[in-house]
Design a protein around this ligand. Structure first.
Ligand code: PEP
Length: 251
């Protein structure tokens, strides 16, 4: 019922020639995939050339961040219309690295999400607990706050378009994956909170991705969980053969 989405977050990796070479290699490997949305989020400078390279294929291009103002004296920032102009259809918002290193808060996540939806792009809103928060039994409290505050005050139509990514911080880039059961437990919880916020009809339609050391050898078990609708993948999305295996998670 929910269309899976496999999204590659390239973080600060790959210059323009490297990005183009990877998409050239990826295209024939996944050209037969019809039932999964495939997304690559490169660095800003590679967005335009990659969206040209991906034209006519089943690969969509997204950004890793956006600012909420439409234009103005905001040195170093980028507006949603500029991302759209360059060929983006998705934006990752509130990734834990942005929360940790760049002072991202639930309030700024909310503003970026609003601006993204207003420009008809799809936000991927990231939530996730740190190891310390998990070990002190605060996972659900932390996730609930991030969802309620970061994704508040939207209409049902807007809420339905949002993609949520559950990314336990302790599993990102560490090689430690949440077990499928641990991930499902939190995904089910997020859907329940979303249902309280926007109604069960919307909660049942919203896509919730898992992120945190997703690899070709663990993707299919994760994707079998009923509330896991795709992946937000860092390291394993940087290699064409590996990303193609993730996209083809069901064989
Ligand atoms: C990420 O970048 O969001 C991520 C989950 O990274 P990795 O897959 O490398 O853990």
């Amino acid at each position: 019922m929910r269309r899976p989405l496999m999204a590659g977050n390239w973080k600060m990796h790959k210059n323009i020639p490297e990005a183009i070479a990877m998409v050239k290699e990826l295209k024939p490997l996944i050209s037969d995939v019809k039932d999964v949305d495939i997304l690559i989020c490169p660095v800003f400078t590679a967005i335009y050339p990659l969206s040209n390279e991906a034209k006519g294929s089943n690969i969509k291009i997204g950004a890793q961040n956006v600012y909420w103002e439409p234009k103005g004296a905001f040195t170093g920032e980028i507006a949603v219309s500029m991302l759209s102009d360059a060929g983006c259809s998705f934006v990752i918002i509130g990734h834990s690295e942005r929360r940790q290193y760049f002072c991202e808060t639930d309030e700024t996540v909310n503003k970026r999400t609003k601006a993204t939806l207003n420009a008809n792009l799809i936000p991927i809103v990231c939530v996730g607990e740190t190891l310390q928060e998990r070990e002190s039994d605060n996972t659900f409290k932390v996730i609930e706050k991030q969802v309620r505050d970061g994704i508040k005050n939207f209409s049902k139509e807007e809420a339905e378009k949002i993609v949520i990514a559950y990314e336990p911080v302790w599993a990102i880039g560490t090689g430690k994956t949440a077990t499928p059961q641990q991930a499902q437990e939190v995904h089910g919880f997020i859907r329940k909170i979303y249902s309280e916020m926007y109604g069960s009809d919307i909660a049942n339609k919203v896509r919730i991705l898992y992120g945190g050391s997703v690899k070709p050898d663990n993707v299919s078990e994760l994707m079998k969980q009923k509330d896991i609708d795709g992946g937000l993948v860092g390291g394993a999305s940087l290699d064409a053969a590996s990303f193609a295996k993730l996209v083809k998670f069901n064989g």
